[in-house]
Ligand binder design. Structure first.
Ligand code: AKB
Length: 316
């Protein structure tokens, strides 16, 4: 029986692009997309889709068994800003979802990808070039759930040999799907507003530097780590990866090179606190040495590509 890949949370910011890329590489019929929400037309028409809640483990197990699933990408989660509003549901989804899937990976012997985040770091972590192994004392609900998740991944690998792999994503920027409920979301919204209204009111202050990454690089990292020989995956909690760091002002300056009339204003809200607790830049030398991670996009290249693609989408 042919082997399949399952993506849980396929309608999200990463999921929708990852499904497309995995289908391009592995063939549409071999990649099953699932989400708690109704499928988008692209997801429904592009290959198999099952509407399902990740916490419905009997149904999830049925899909895994029926389709001989050998790889699972578990992307269903509540992000930082939403998790702060919905503490218990965030813990339930982010933790029970992972624990249930790790248990299933142990029994069904599939390889599992689980996303962690720069949110595992907190105010006591060194902020610049944050190392792979350092203080992790997160001060957000989301960060606490990601740190606990990393420990569970390491535990299931050490104790049961589950082949689980993970990346600490920085803020992700893509043009296909907008993020929801995160703190780094401004770096996506700003592009849409720059093209639509030539203005943007940032909810983070001008000089808030955060690690960021273009979706193209994030997908390469994710698939690259999943494809790496197991002997090269030496960190089983989660890997730091990095490509660029910038502030809202630096991003606005870069946008101005393409749209000179663009104006940014600042009205920091509660998300400022979460951003202030995270690193400004990340040292990812361990991922580069272990499994050959490399990035392609810097601030200038990403900005140009984002503006071109969003413009094209508006025109069509
Ligand atoms: C968020 O802002 O919550 C996420 C993250 C940094 O993991 N993008």
């Amino acid at each position: 029986m042919k082997e399949s890949i399952l993506v849980i949370g396929a309608k999200g910011q990463i999921g929708s692009e990852l499904v497309e890329e995995l289908r391009r590489i592995n063939g549409s019929s071999n990649v099953i997309a699932t989400d708690i929400k109704e499928p988008s037309p692209e997801l429904r028409d592009g290959g198999p889709f099952v509407q399902l809640d990740v916490l419905d483990f009997p149904k999830l197990l049925e899909v895994v068994k029926k389709n001989n699933v050998k790889q699972v990408y578990l992307l269903a989660a509540l992000l930082s800003a939403t998790a702060e509003q919905k503490i218990k549901s965030a813990w339930k989804l982010n933790m029970e979802g992972l624990l249930g899937t790790l248990e299933m990976a142990k029994e069904e012997k599939f390889k599992l990808f689980w996303p962690s985040s720069i949110a595992v770091f907190g105010p006591s972590t060194p902020k610049v070039n944050t190392p792979q192994f350092t203080i992790t004392e997160p001060s957000t609900v989301y960060g606490i759930s990601k740190l606990a998740g990393e420990r569970w991944c390491e535990y299931y690998f050490q104790k049961f040999g589950v082949d689980v792999r993970s990346i600490r994503y920085p803020g992700l920027i893509g043009y296909k799907t907008e993020p929801g409920g995160g703190t780094t979301d401004y770096a996506v919204h700003i592009f849409h507003e720059a093209l639509k209204t030539k203005t943007y009111e940032s909810f983070l202050s001008a000089n808030t530097a955060l690690p960021m990454m273009y979706m193209h690089d994030a997908l390469n990292a994710t698939i690259g780590l999943m494809d790496a020989d197991p002997s090269r995956v030496k960190v089983r909690s989660s890997y730091n990866i990095a490509s660029m760091s910038f502030t809202p002002q630096q991003l606005a300056d870069e946008i101005c090179k393409h749209i000179p009339e663009f104006k940014i204003t600042y009205k920091p809200d509660v998300r400022q606190q979460y951003a202030d607790s995270w690193p400004q830049s990340i040292d990812d030398s361990v991922a580069r040495a272990d499994w050959g991670w490399q990035h392609e996009y810097d601030l200038a290249k990403m900005t140009k590509d984002m503006l071109e693609h969003i413009q094209q989408m508006v025109e069509h």
